[in-house]
Design a protein around this ligand. Structure first.
Ligand SMILES: Cc1ncc(COP(=O)(O)O)c(C=O)c1O
Length: 372
């Protein structure tokens, strides 16, 4: 079999399984993107003379003092010592995890953690314990068993998302933080989907839950509610110093363009101040979820990511196509993004959706499900 044959047969298999993927340009009203606060649809009004390219690694000529301003603003937002910009949430998680965690260390990771956490763990070549999603008893059992091992002694870590990207449910952060502390594990939290949307100034679930001091590091992306390019890690000065010296995903990549730093400096104060958007977002979630429930549609989670599990891949694709035909951009999510047998519609509610539209969408979803 040639390499070409191998690709063709893999693609044929994906088609046969209903898992073939292709790009589809946005069409219809956005209920798919992670623009939860609705900032992405607003014009970008930043005028800046700062360079439009990064030109080199930040450890070389790619550094610019705008990033120090951005990182100070981020650290102040989270009430922690330091923040470190990264080029994406994917590289932030993979870089952080593979730098801090060493072979021989032990990590408890939620079964639904994002692919970039899983890839960071693969690179770290550590021992892994995948606990059932949000299952505190399973996590505790794993931690206790590891602590009791005679050869235990390497570092232990717990890693979770705070708001799960495909399930719309939140991790019990207070309990996870307490367990981790009691059993001597360091806690890392991926706040990709919660940054901007929780806590009075929008800094996320860790800050809302009051567990910042018990967390080793949090990972945030600009690419979702903040509507900004790039991502960052928040934590201590020592953590930042260590990553600056050891994190390959920071050292061996071109720095982000300084002009992008100007966008961050404009956008952060807006997000901090704009509680009304957060309020509207959560009100919209209630309107949509309660109408779905009235119609007998079962949705998972509690937040603005609303999964409606269909199960079968092709049925999920057909249901999403029906919803899109009515003018709503809703996509089907299939394995490997979600476990086999749980293909779903993933509906993303935004602060700027009109309530009447949400009601109409709920009715369209119920109708689509009854036809596939
Ligand atoms: C939970 C989670 N973490 C990290 C990422 C990666 O962030 P980014 O899109 O900035 O690479 C994503 C999604 O893209 C995500 O859903």
């Amino acid at each position: 079999m040639t390499l070409f044959d191998r690709w063709t047969s893999a693609l044929d298999q994906l088609r046969a399984q209903g898992r073939y993927r292709q790009f589809a340009a946005p069409a219809g009203i956005d209920f798919t993107s992670n623009d939860y606060l609705g900032y992405a649809s607003q014009p970008n009004s930043v005028e800046t003379d700062l360079p439009q390219t990064g030109t080199a690694s930040r450890l070389l000529r790619g550094h610019h003092e705008i990033w120090e301003q951005v990182e100070s603003a981020l650290a102040a937002w989270h009430g922690c010592e330091a923040a470190l910009m990264m080029t994406s949430g994917y590289t932030a998680n993979e870089g952080l995890i593979s730098t801090l965690i060493e072979p021989g260390d032990w990590v408890a990771s939620d079964a639904l953690n994002h692919a970039c956490i899983v890839d960071g763990l693969r690179l770290a070549r550590c021992r892994r314990f995948v606990y059932r999603h949000n299952d505190l008893n399973h996590l505790e059992d794993g931690l206790k068993a590891e602590t009791a091992r005679p050869e235990a002694g390497r570092e232990r870590f717990v890693i979770t998302e705070s708001l799960f990207s495909m399930d719309g449910d939140r991790a019990p952060l207070r309990q996870i933080a307490a367990l981790s502390q009691r059993l001597g594990a360091h806690l890392i939290v991926d706040e990709a989907h919660s940054t901007g949307c929780y806590a009075p100034a929008g800094s996320g679930c860790v800050d809302e839950s009051g567990v910042r001091a018990q967390v080793l590091a949090t990972v945030h992306t600009g690419g979702k509610a903040l509507a900004l390019p790039g991502a960052y890690i928040a934590g201590s000065n020592l953590l930042k110093e260590y990553l600056t010296n050891r994190c390959r995903h920071l050292i061996f990549t071109t720095a982000m363009p300084p002009a992008v730093g100007a966008w961050w400096m404009q956008q952060l104060p807006r997000v901090r101040a704009d509680d009304s958007r957060r309020r509207r977002l959560h009100e919209n979630v209630s309107i949509f979820r309660s109408r779905l429930a009235d119609l007998g549609v079962v949705a998972g989670g509690t937040a603005y990511v609303v999964p409606v599990v269909v199960g079968d891949d092709e049925r999920a694709v057909a249901a999403a196509a029906r919803v899109r035909a009515a003018g709503f951009d809703v996509r089907a999510i299939r394995p490997p993004s979600v476990p086999p047998g749980t293909s779903r519609l993933r509906i993303s509610i935004h602060a700027d959706h009109e309530p009447a539209l949400l009601v109409h969408l709920a009715e369209t979803v119920a109708d689509a499900l009854s036809h596939v």
